[in-house]
Design a protein around this ligand. Structure first.
Ligand code: ADP
Ligand code: MG
Length: 240
């Protein structure tokens, strides 16, 4: 394990029992992700992408294998410790935004800090800062239904960032957005990565994956390919 590895999976499996039948959603995953990497996870439907994201995000525990997150072996943790490390280390963005419809953007973004027991004044200032980072400083008091799809997903990204997580995970974050809005959201992830954030996202769209710097393709619960992206879309070009 290199010093820089923030995620390390060794022999991770996840099995489900469905009506007596055993389904191997993850069939032995070995993977290292370094600090400040920007990784896209691809693969056909049913290949295990969401299961892997849920394991990475400590929303689910593997059936076997080991998972180290930022030096902690989370695969051995009990639920309480898992919840604590999830709160501290992980920001999660979902395809369907999962915002509270009656709450303002600001209140939605403050929510993880309410759970963390942060005081009101600091909650407010950190939520404002997170919304400013995703370009929504002017929309803080709007409710989700007063925002466009892209703006809603920005609120969800701000909410994921507000605890200053060591990794930002996103499962098909552009899956509900049109292509222009998808590019807008990918620009936000690109900026966060450029600021030092480690980003792992799932997509089934090849042109979306090309915004990342590394693409890992799953097939039948295993890693099929793992490659560097030579010229990520939107990244500053090294060539003059
Ligand atoms: N909660 C569950 N119960 C039973 N089977 C599941 C469950 N979640 C996922 N699976 C199965 O695990 C496999 C991988 O699913 P998933 O990780 O959702 O794939 P993807 O996100 O790549 O489409 C599929 O065969 C799926 O049907
Ligand atoms: Mg999925």
């Amino acid at each position: 394990m290199t010093d820089q590895a923030i995620i390390r999976l060794a022999g991770i499996t996840r099995e489900y029992l469905m009506g007596g039948e055993r389904i191997r959603a993850l069939a032995g995953i070995d993977l290292e992700i370094g600090r400040n990497e920007y990784v896209a996870i691809m693969g056909p439907s049913g290949s295990g992408k969401s299961t892997m994201m849920n394991v990475l995000g400590c929303l689910d525990t593997p059936s076997s294998g080991q998972y180290w997150l930022n030096g902690h072996e989370v695969s051995r943790m009990a639920d309480d410790d898992l919840a604590r490390i999830r709160n501290r280390e992980i920001g999660f963005v979902f395809q369907t935004f999962n915002l509270l419809p009656r709450a303002s953007a600001l209140s939605n973004v403050e929510l993880p800090l309410v759970y963390a027991g942060t005081g009101a004044r600091e909650r407010r200032s950190r939520a404002e800062e997170a919304l400013a980072r995703v370009g929504l400083a002017e929309r803080m008091h709007h409710r989700p239904n007063e925002l466009s799809g892209g703006q809603r997903q920005r609120v969800a990204i701000a909410r994921a960032l507000v605890n200053r997580p060591s990794i930002l995970l996103a499962d098909e974050p552009t899956g509900n957005l049109d292509s222009a809005t998808s590019v807008e959201i990918m620009r936000v992830f690109g900026e966060l990565h450029a600021e030092g954030q480690t980003v792992v996202l799932v997509t089934h769209e090849p042109d979306i994956a090309e915004h990342a710097h590394r693409v890992v393709v799953l097939r039948d619960g295993r890693i099929d390919t793992d490659r560097r992206v030579e010229h990520p879309v939107g990244a500053a070009s090294a060539v003059a």
